[in-house]
Design a binder for this molecule. Structure first.
Ligand code: GTP
Ligand code: SPV
Ligand code: MN
Length: 580
């Protein structure tokens, strides 16, 4: 196989001349190709078999122990002008970055196969979808891309029709963290990644293309590329709403997108359109429509069980790649909070011993095709996307942020999004549990200056009179003993119900300086045992603490200098004044 697209052919030739692979394989995306890759990886030990009776079609991949998460300190945006990348990104001059990467890529595929993966982010016939081509020497990357994107022949045909695509070059290199870089060249629509085989560093269609490069394109072209799940919520009366929610990594997007209603809310249905990324465009009527550019999930495994997320638990019982989980005596995948069984081998492949930390890596992941999700919505394949009623921001905050509150209007919503803070998680290397600002859950993913990004969000609000309502949620408030105050998971539907009631104008609210909060009586709490005092603290706004918070947000914005849009500063002043 080759291609009629001259630019693509030439790029593959040049890359092969630089990296010197033994073979070149053009991926057609077929099931037979996937089966062949799995066989090859089983032979090489890149994949390990799991219990074929209880977990048919499932395999285990153990990555290098130093290569288990995104590496934000090794991720760069390489624009000619440093200002363009902003203080929110690491920056390197394009010429320097190219020199360094060319050196690392030279001869790196000797003895290996170069795979060419044409892929399409979004339904193949959607005007909102965008194509890319990833070149990689990792069969694990190819297999993951097969499960997570629309890749192969149909994508290549679209590329040949359109002539446009984002280029991504990836090599696992020698996996030495000293020689690991994830570089983005937005002006060249180019990504280069070396030295990591892990998810967000190596599956270039995902964070590198669909967020960092796409956010840069979206600003120029007037749309949004966001770190958001998309779900459909249907009431017992058949009223449907589509919600998009941005929470930082490992803060509950996959779980919310697959929510199973509590038994006391019969007739409510949640269906999943996406669990990680949303591309949002206004249609001709000014309605904000969302597509999910992906077609599979790369989800956090630990914590998944029949009680927290039955859908995910069932979904990963077949045809799933597990990365960095433990195994039990039956050679089944095992992770913390899965069940009462005991792990036998830990994620590194060592005999499990409780003194050595968790059996599964806290950022162990499943890769699975979206269609296996019991709550999958076929609308995920609709080229037109779905109309968004509400945008929800959220973070993991043990204190301060209430269970839910609603912005007064779009501009206030942009302030709330830009102010998101969350405790760091194992999804990226570095300390876990430190509260940091993560505007719109895009701190690691916005491909340009945050000041310009907030300005773009504000400008989007000026383009329509039919804007979604904006909300903020926090499932993660804790008591003094570290116990969660809110049950979370399926019970989050109680909050979603209030959100759609607000969107439909059916329910009042308690107006506070930070936004509209629910009256406790308006939350559907049937069947739930939350102490009234706990509910009060979940719905409280402490003016003194919030004044402090707003000061800290102001300090944070100040770090972005003159590019912070006036509208955002004004809105910040308005809330600060309202707090007295
Ligand atoms: P990325 O894939 O990294 O972008 O993460 P995500 O936002 O999809 O996070 P995910 O849904 O995988 O959740 C991460 C962790 O948070 C898991 O261990 C979940 O069990 C836990 N979690 C999710 N929702 C809730 C909730 O409502 N309450 C509590 N207490 N934990 C939750
Ligand atoms: C995240 O870290 O937000 C993820 C996993 O969704 S990764 O693909 O590694 O980015
Ligand atoms: Mn994510």
């Amino acid at each position: 196989m080759t291609t009629t697209n001259e630019a693509l052919r030439q790029w593959v030739d040049e890359t092969a001349a630089l990296t010197k692979p033994d073979r070149i394989h053009w991926c057609d995306g077929s099931d037979a190709e996937y089966a062949g890759l799995v066989r090859l990886m089983l032979e090489r030990g890149d994949l390990l078999p799991l219990n074929a009776e209880t977990y048919p079609g499932c395999h285990l991949h153990r990555s290098d122990p130093t290569d288990v998460a995104r590496v934000e300190h090794l991720t760069f945006v390489c624009t000619p002008d440093r200002e363009e990348a902003g203080p929110n990104n690491n920056w390197m001059a394009p010429a320097d970055a190219h020199r360094r990467m060319d050196g690392l890529f030279a001869g790196c595929m000797r003895g290996r196969t170069l795979y060419v993966i044409p892929y399409c982010m979004g339904p193949i016939d959607s005007p909102y979808a965008r194509c890319g081509v990833e070149i990689t020497d990792s069969p694990y990357v190819v297999a993951n891309m097969k499960l997570m994107t629309r890749m192969g022949r149909a994508a290549l045909q679209r590329i040949e029709r359109e002539g446009r695509f984002v280029r991504g070059l990836h090599s696992t290199g020698d996996l030495n963290p000293e020689r690991r870089f994830i570089m983005h060249f937005p002006h060249e629509l180019l990504i280069q990644s070396v030295g990591s085989g892990y998810g967000g560093n190596a599956l270039l269609g995902k964070k590198c293309h669909a967020l960092r490069i796409a956010s840069w394109q979206a600003r120029q072209e007037g749309w949004l590329a966001e770190h958001m799940l998309i779900l459909e919520l249907e009431s017992p009366a058949g009223e449907k709403h589509y919600l998009a929610a941005a929470f930082p990594s490992a803060c509950g997007k996959t779980n919310l997108a697959m929510l199973i209603p509590p038994v006391t809310m019969p007739g409510w249905k949640v269906r999943t359109l996406g669990d990680d990324i949303a591309w949002l465009h206004f249609d001709a009527d000014g309605v904000l429509r969302a597509i999910n550019p992906e077609s599979g999930y790369f989800g956090v495994v630990p914590g998944t069980n029949a009680r927290t997320n039955r859908n995910a638990f069932d979904m990963i019982r077949r045809d799933t790649i597990f990365t960095n989980v433990a195994v039990n005596a039956e050679n089944e995948p095992w992770w913390e909070d899965k069940d009462a069984q005991q792990p036998v081998i830990d994620w590194r492949g060592q005999p499990y011993s409780p003194g050595k930390g968790p059996a599964a890596h806290p950022n162990s992941r499943f890769t699975v095709a979206a269609r296996q999700n019991p709550s999958y919505s076929p609308l995920a394949d609709d080229p037109a996307g779905v109309p968004i009623s509400a945008i929800i921001f959220g973070g993991r905050r043990r204190e301060l942020a209430p269970l839910v509150y609603q912005a007064r209007d779009w501009r206030h919503g942009v302030l709330i999004g830009a102010s998101v803070a969350s405790e760091t998680t194992a999804a990226a290397t570095g300390e876990v549990g430190v509260t940091r600002r993560d505007p719109m859950a895009m701190k690691p993913f916005c491909g340009y200056h945050f000041g310009d990004y907030w300005g773009h969000w504000l400008a989007m609000g000026g383009r329509s009179t039919r804007l979604p309502q904006i909300f903020h949620v926090n499932w993660f408030r804790q008591d003094r003993n570290g116990r969660f105050l809110w049950p979370g998971f399926g019970d989050n539907l109680r909050v979603l119900r209030w959100i759609v009631d607000r969107c439909a104008g059916r329910v009042g609210a308690n107006e506070t300086p930070i936004g509209f909060l629910p009256h406790a009586r308006d939350l559907d709490l049937q069947g739930l045992t939350v102490e009234p005092a706990v509910l009060d603290s979940l719905l409280a706004v402490d003016a003194a603490s919030w004044r402090q918070e707003m000061q800290s947000i102001g300090d944070y914005f100040a770090g972005f200098g003159e590019r912070v849009p006036a509208g955002l500063s004004e809105e910040h002043r308005r809330v600060l004044t309202a707090l007295g």
